[in-house]
Design a protein around this ligand. Structure first.
Ligand SMILES: [Zn+2]
Length: 571
């Protein structure tokens, strides 16, 4: 079947299989949700305008991601009413929010149409431009003294197009001017109706930032956003830059690196945009804040604490807000589920001006995402791979407690100058540190009555089963999974976890805390070394793929992997 002249690459049966057998549905909240009914009339209206903004933004994302996304989506929508096949393809398109991408399991991307491939520079750069040509053009432009234009080309907020034999950069606020102005209108309307002053204030700044070609406006909007703690509504315009693989290639070219340094040009990957809308859950947020209260005390317990500057000193204020959110809409980058979907996100990232100039961060936890679990499969994993005496301690909600500890763990320990010094290995070590901080300090939360001793056993057990049981051998690029493997092997080597002759997991709860203490000290020592050689040694030492890991992976794969997600929106 042809859509705009392109054959659908996946058969009807394959699409059915992927959508019905290999997908998980994430139900977002509806107007029936109690938390929605409890909103003031003004906030109810505001929420609808924020959802409108999310819908408009999705068009921007589709364009950033692939030049054919919009046309293919529209053609699928037109064909879907007449053809079941097209309707299935449309559902798949929507779950990916695009024509192609990795699914987190297979090595090659899944492509929805024959002949439509993704590009290294997505649609940020001309599709027919190779890396070599990109570098050649930049060198030529350097020689011609076009420094300002190069600065714009390598900025996070421009679309790059050909201009004769050269390239030109168009700021997002110009390239997407019609959509940005519509979004700004919706934000102004939401600001008008909401009863919450800080939110009103932020939305005003955010609307202005969308209308002006000025990075300072983004900075101001971000700073007003990061302090929101007690607002009833959640709205985030996310700007993260993991998808663009073209911009960072300049660092592989020594000649370009030298010129970039000489002219003080920062090359930053392009921002993919997304919008998240929701309602702040008061109970869930209370729990997060209970954990936050104790972070200063934990900083005092960090290994080698006198050898580096503590981010969280006794006197310095912790510039971190955190909220638990019931989600009403996810669009753009958030809705492009290609493999995984995050359960929490702490923004702005380090590359943003707001953070560089001392602004804080805001961590948002996604309730509907973490509550979507394949309970049937979990039951089978317990039955096949976990000894009976541990079953009572398996509790998916305990995974959330681990994640809170992980997110807070990023704020403890040596700062980003130590992290960055580990080069290629910095992400693995940092994610591993955050996991280790979380688990190591869990007993402290028992002492300060945030959780009970039963909760502690649940966190240990659920963490081992949900996080450390891997589906496949991870690669260096998969920082989180590599971190999980380090911890699995460390616990195994130190006999905190073990497997009996039936390959069933046992946990030695008595030694858990002391072994984790030791691991945390080793991990912090690696960061303090500022040595990428030491980091690699540490990683290689603890990431061997043992028979235990191979057995677990094959058992989980037998139970079926569900790499696809469908998000259902009701606003
Ligand atoms: Zn993390």
């Amino acid at each position: 079947m042809k859509i705009n002249g392109y054959d659908i690459a996946l058969s009807e049966d394959d699409l059915k299989q992927k959508l019905e057998k290999q997908s998980i549905t994430i139900e977002l909240i509806s107007p029936e949700f109690e938390g929605y009914k409890a909103l003031s009339e003004g906030d109810k209206k505001a929420l609808q305008y924020l959802v409108n903004a999310a819908k408009i933004l999705n068009k921007v994302f589709l364009c950033q991601d692939h030049s054919l996304n919009l046309a293919q989506k529209q053609a699928l929508e037109a064909a879907a009413s007449e053809s079941e096949y097209a309707a299935l393809a449309l559902r798949f398109f929507n779950s990916y929010n695009g024509v192609e991408g990795l699914n987190g399991v297979d090595k090659e991307p899944i492509e929805l149409f024959k002949g439509i491939k993704g590009f290294k520079g997505r649609n940020f750069y001309p599709e027919d431009m190779s890396v070599e040509e990109f570098h050649k053009i930049l060198l030529k432009m350097f020689a011609a003294g076009k420094i300002d234009e190069i600065r714009k080309i390598l900025s996070a907020r421009t679309m790059v197009r050909r201009n004769g034999n050269e390239l030109k950069a168009i700021d997002y606020t110009e390239f997407f001017a019609p959509e940005f102005s519509e979004i700004a209108n919706q934000l102004e309307l939401a600001a008008h109706y909401t009863d919450d002053e800080p939110l009103k204030d932020y939305l005003g700044w955010q609307a202005q930032a969308l209308l002006q070609n000025n990075e300072d406006m983004d900075m101001l909007a971000d700073k007003h956003w990061a302090v929101l703690q007690d607002t009833p509504l959640e709205f985030t315009l996310s700007r993260e830059n993991y998808e663009d693989e073209m911009t960072p290639t300049v660092f592989d070219n020594p000649e370009l690196v030298k010129l970039l340094e000489q002219y003080h040009i920062e090359a930053t990957s392009k921002d993919m945009l997304g919008i998240r809308v929701g309602i702040v859950n008061k109970e869930g947020t209370k729990l997060l804040l209970k954990f936050k209260e104790h972070m200063r005390a934990l900083a005092e317990l960090m290994p080698f604490k006198d050898k580096y500057h503590q981010n969280i000193g006794q006197n310095s204020e912790l510039k971190q807000t955190m909220v638990d959110v019931d989600l009403a809409a996810l669009s753009g980058d958030y809705a492009a589920v290609r493999g995984g979907i995050t359960t929490a996100q702490n923004l702005p990232n380090n590359d943003k001006l707001a953070v560089k100039t001392g602004g804080g961060r805001r961590n948002v936890y996604h309730r509907q995402v973490r509550q979507t679990i394949d309970i049937e499969k979990k039951r089978k994993i317990l039955a096949n791979m976990v000894s009976k005496e541990l079953h009572e301690f398996y509790n998916p909600e305990a995974e959330h407690i681990f994640v809170i500890g992980h997110e807070n763990g990023h704020s403890l320990g040596p700062d980003s100058s130590y992290q960055d010094a580990l080069g290629l290995y910095k992400h693995i070590i940092e994610e591993h540190k955050a996991n280790t901080v979380s688990i190591t300090f869990m007993p402290e939360y028992v002492k300060n009555h945030t959780i009970t001793t039963k909760d502690l056993k649940e966190v240990y057990t659920t963490w081992v089963v949900d996080s450390l049981f891997l589906t496949a051998q991870p690669q260096y690029a998969q920082a989180h999974r590599m971190a999980d493997l380090i911890e699995f092997n460390y616990l195994l080597e130190n006999r905190v976890i073990s497997f009996d002759k039936n390959n069933k997991l046992h946990i030695n709860f008595e030694d858990f805390a002391s072994v984790m203490d030791k691991l945390l000290a080793e991990t912090i020592a690696v960061q303090l070394s500022k040595s990428s050689v030491k980091a690699k040694e540490f990683i290689d030492r603890y990431t061997n793929w043992s028979e235990n890991s191979a057995h677990i992976a094959s058992e989980i794969q037998k139970l079926g992997v569900k790499p696809y997600k469908e998000i259902r929106t009701h606003f």
